[in-house]
Design a protein around this ligand. Structure first.
Ligand code: FES
Length: 96
């Protein structure tokens, strides 16, 4: 089989850019918002009611630890939302 015909072989990466808390953050098409944040070195981006840091915990949409606002819509699970070029992401230290 020609390696280029392999259906699971990743194609060329397409660069995207998000705006996270007012700052441009690069990512790749196909990443989740959480993937872009983690790739930018963020490990946490909100707090629990008791003030403990939260970011990705389950990574599969169950725990809601990764909530962010995307384009003005609150409480979006960053691990489930595919990032799109130009998305505006707002994080907060306030409990959600
Ligand atoms: S990390 Fe658990 S819902 Fe996103």
């Amino acid at each position: 089989m020609n390696p280029a015909d392999d259906p699971v072989r990743p194609g060329p990466a397409t660069a995207i850019e998000l705006v996270v808390d007012g700052r441009a953050v690069p990512g790749l098409a196909g990443q989740t918002v959480a993937g872009v944040l983690l790739g930018a070195g963020r490990r946490t981006w909100r707090s629990s009611r008791s003030g403990r840091p939260r970011g990705v915990f389950c990574g599969i949409g169950v725990c809601h630890d990764c909530l962010v606002a995307v384009n003005g819509v609150d409480d979006v699970r960053a691990c489930q939302r595919r990032a799109a070029d130009g998305d505006v992401i707002t994080t907060t230290d306030e409990p959600r």
